[in-house]
Design a protein around this ligand. Structure first.
Ligand code: DSN
Length: 428
């Protein structure tokens, strides 16, 4: 410890807290040496990490624009207005709110802004790929609103838009939510709009998973069709942990008031600075190229897995993720995820549509390609990953075999460093 420091403010983490410092080092090593296939995870660029670890973390700035409840907000205001302008420009939106702390808060703000408790909401069934905040009984959304759920067709694994239309006509929802956490196919936002119009419902598009793809125009955008769009900023979009709301001008005031003072108080200004950086980065050609490659890699991985005998829900993917149905393999999702992690491949267990197992066990996994693509992997790597997955999950899989795969993966990952060598006391 630096003996001269009286306040402690100027001492770095490695000096003050070696225990946490060491855990962060180990986490960095885990991320560098593993094949990360969790489709909602990614590697934020160094520029984003720097902004989110900045002195703006020290500032309170409740309010919007020049109307803040605290003094000293000059720089916070500048950063927020740049973030808003960049979000609008990136997605072609009329208005953006960059204050939501997370996707769940962004969605809560929309319920709060547009609905009364007890109103009807039509959303995708969690068991078929929807999200907790889209009406699950154990979430506020399922508790405070009357939820109707649409799902996927049992034969095609795809959302049947005619069935959604019939459900909407019968259920007469006040809001329809289009968007999912585990749906490998293109979402038809235009058709959702036409259904919403038939029943006079708001259309909320939750693009948390596919925001990066939409920014790069490799998935159709909901912005021309939806009343409101919510998204996290850290998945395919590759920004900091957080969220953004996009909406039409006429809803701007209601949405802003719902976020603050409705459901949040102090905005995380350091995170908003990092969102601004991520929106700038997402407008670059290199980001667009990465997003195209993310989708191409998902297609390569899906084909290779099918060749190895895996069943994929809907037979493949249009986006960055796929749902692997493990029923034929005799393994559960939980078991498969553990065996893969032992081998150096990190996935999440995931329910498949019409799953008979509990969400803690499941019959599927949900591999995705954003993180491996961000670190530069391509088609040949996807074939290799499928081969490793096949071996690790095969009946012949053993602790020795998984250790062998683990070492091969460690070596392979060294060819794709995430952030490069680090100075001793820094984390990226
Ligand atoms: N946890 C996110 C995901 O993995 O899709 C959703 O909140």
């Amino acid at each position: 410890m630096t003996a001269e420091s009286l306040t402690g403010l100027d001492i770095s983490l490695d000096q003050v807290d070696p225990e946490i410092f060491q855990i962060l080092r180990e986490e960095q090593e885990r991320q560098e040496s593993s094949i990360v296939l969790i489709p909602s995870e990614n590697y934020a660029p160094l520029s984003v990490l720097e902004a989110s670890a900045s002195v703006l973390a020290n500032k309170y700035a409740e309010g919007y624009g020049d109307n803040r409840y605290y003094n000293g907000c000059r720089n916070a205001c500048k950063v927020e207005s740049i973030a808003i302008e960049r979000a609008c420009s990136l997605f072609g939106a009329e208005h953006a709110n960059v204050q939501p702390h997370a996707g769940a808060q962004a969605n809560l703000a929309i319920y709060y802004a547009l609905l009364e408790q007890g109103d009807r909401v039509l959303a995708m069934n969690l068991d078929h790929g929807g999200h907790l905040t889209h009406g699950q009984k154990i979430n506020y959304s399922g508790r405070w609103y009357e939820i109707g759920a649409y799902g996927v067709d049992p034969d095609t694994g795809r959302i049947d838009m005619d069935a959604v239309e019939s459900l909407a006509l019968e259920f007469q929802p006040r809001m329809i939510i289009a968007g999912a956490s585990a749906y490998p196919r293109t979402v038809d936002f235009e058709r959702f709009r036409s259904i919403a119009d038939q029943v006079g419902a708001y259309l909320l598009a939750d693009i948390s998973h596919i925001a990066g793809l939409i920014a790069a125009e490799v998935h159709p955008s909901p912005v021309p069709f939806a009343d409101v769009v919510t998204s996290t900023t850290h998945k395919t979009l590759r920004g900091p942990r957080g969220a953004v709301i996009l909406c039409k001008k006429e809803l701007a005031r209601r949405i802003d008031r719902a976020v603050f003072p409705g459901i949040q108080s102090g905005p995380l200004m350091h995170v908003i600075a990092a969102k601004a950086v991520a929106f700038l980065e997402a407008a670059t050609e290199r980001f667009r190229t990465t997003q195209k490659q993310t989708v191409a890699n998902a297609t390569h991985l899906a084909h290779a897995l099918i060749e190895h005998g895996f069943d994929l829900v809907s037979g493949g993917t249009d986006n960055h993720l796929m749902l692997v149905d493990l029923n034929r393999s005799g393994r559960t999702g939980a078991e498969a995820a553990d065996l893969l992690e032992e081998s150096g491949i990190v996935v999440n267990k995931n329910p498949i549509p019409f799953d008979t197992r509990s969400p803690r066990i499941t019959s599927g996994i949900r591999p995705g390609t954003p993180a491996v693509t961000s670190r530069g992997m391509g088609a040949a790597d996807m074939r290799q990953i499928a081969q490793w997955m096949h071996s690790a999950l095969s009946p012949a899989s053993s602790p020795d075999l998984r250790l062998e795969i683990r070492e091969e993966i460690r070596t392979h990952c060294q060819k794709f460093p995430v952030y490069g060598p680090l100075p001793d006391s820094k984390f990226r």
